[in-house]
Design a protein around this ligand. Sequence first.
Ligand code: F6R
Length: 612
Amino acid sequence: MCGIIGYIGQKEANSILIDGLKRMEYRGYDSAGVAVLDNGTIFSLKRIGKVAELARAQTKFPHRGPIGIGHTRWATHGNVSERNAHPHLSDDGRFAVVHNGIIENYLQIKAFLIERNYRFASDTDTEILANLIDYHYQKAPHLHFAEIVRKTLLHVEGTYGIAIISKIFADELVVARKGSPLLIGLGEGENIVASDAAAVARYTKRVVYLNDGEVASVRSDNFSITTLHENAVDVVCHELDWEIHDTDLADYPHYMLKEIFEQPSVIENAMRGRFTADGCSAKFGGISLIPRELRMVDRLLFCACGTAYHACLVGKYLIEKYARIPVDVEYASEFRYRNAPPQRNTLVFVVSQSGETIDTLAALHEAKRRGYMVLGITNVVGSTIARATDAGIYQHAGLEMGVASTKAFTSQITILSMLALLFARIRDMDAIVGLQYVQALKSLPIIASDVLKLSEQIRIIAEKYYGYERFLFLGRQAMYPIALEGALKLKEIAYVHAEAFPTAEMKHGPIALISEETICIFIATQNELLDKTMNNIQEVKARGGKVIAIVNNNCIAWEIFCDEVLIIPEVHPGINPITSVIPLQFLAYYIGILRGCDVDRPRNLAKSVTVE
Ligand code: F6R
């Protein structure tokens, strides 16, 4: 969602702010702005639309000061307009604020400030922060900058990540966090604050993440952090595990395509160092439980949102099949408010690429409150969810810039497949079967590379069908969540109505949708129940529907009954979902491109959903 950047050092802040905003564009936004302190005055510039618009307008913004803040806004309070874009200045221009999150009591605070003659120029909740900070400054001008901000925030309800500059405190930048991510990137003679490590990775790999309820005073050569109530904080410095080229497109036209093609190496990174020495099982350094404790687990509960939720559903099929442990999967947004009955010996997993999704974080807190042990699977090292879990597994998939998750999904299901193996080997699975499973996993990067070679064939298929408005995705067993994921990708990337069902469910209602206008995509890569799937395909054909089938072998029946057949290698069922999803990612990508969509920044979507 919104992005925050702030710079303090010796260089011109402006260009660093613009560069940081560009690197956070992938998160989704509708307007952007910067404020720079130059010769004792704060100057701001805002534009609706792309950061490129803001960058173009910089030719008329000659402010070279070495301290500033910037923001990409995703509108919540107030429409998309320059006056609602951030930064917001206090009435007399003493303070400038950028903010992510929602101030819940802003109307009361606004009324309080209006009574004291403060004027407001926007409809946002954020502007009250600038004026309330100013109010507290006027009340006690002798206080330090961070103290004024702390006093202000004691009156604020809601969520925030904020960065503030002031013409009164010209060598300092203050940041604070409650429910919205913020970090300090530590440089040499300069520090950069941001809501996303992607914005600082070019300048430094050493970052300090703020926790909820913390306020930091940041200068060019040092920083200090306390809690809102002025308690000391143990500062932990993290090392970023991605490279700056993760944020570049290389020779690809879009991040989504780049990330689809990165999947063989992403899968390899998810597995690296995670097989036992005997080659028959998996191990995860981050999971501190010993085998005896893992065997005591009677049930697993997974919570996640969106694509990560689909990954968990794949995990359910694999874990139940191989490890024989009952698995429940819940939308994090449901679990957090649902009064789910407590279960004994249950281990909870939260899965989140960004590690910042508000619903998943809330589900995590709810599970902990109920006394469950909560483990995490996340991609972003040091993210809020990674830090809040009892232990966890990092995906090491590199920065995912495309708003639609692709490589993070395959990395999650690779890890979940390995978890199925780990749990299975502690229970039912013998060493020989474990060895075959491990060999299948190890072969996965090469097989995934083979599946990538279908790109051109899928592009040609997309050319035939991109004009259709109704797509059904159908799969059985572990291919059902793959069907869900295929439908989600098409919806978000190409804005086409797509739904997914377990194949046999088609007869129970969705078959009414089948006509010459309907494209049915059958994911028929599991060997069981293929005859039944063939019957379903014939039911579609009998009603004039078009069929695209993803299969493992080129049997004549596919050719006869399907309009298009995509053949991917036959693999071990433990890794089958991973290879099966790649053609669906390509299909969504090419249809999106052919329909003229901005595939890296689909409308209305944000990369990490940090507000409810
Ligand atoms: C879809 C997509 C979203 C995310 C969801 C959870 O392509 O990316 O559905 O999967 O918002 O995000 P994370 O995994 O960051 O918690």
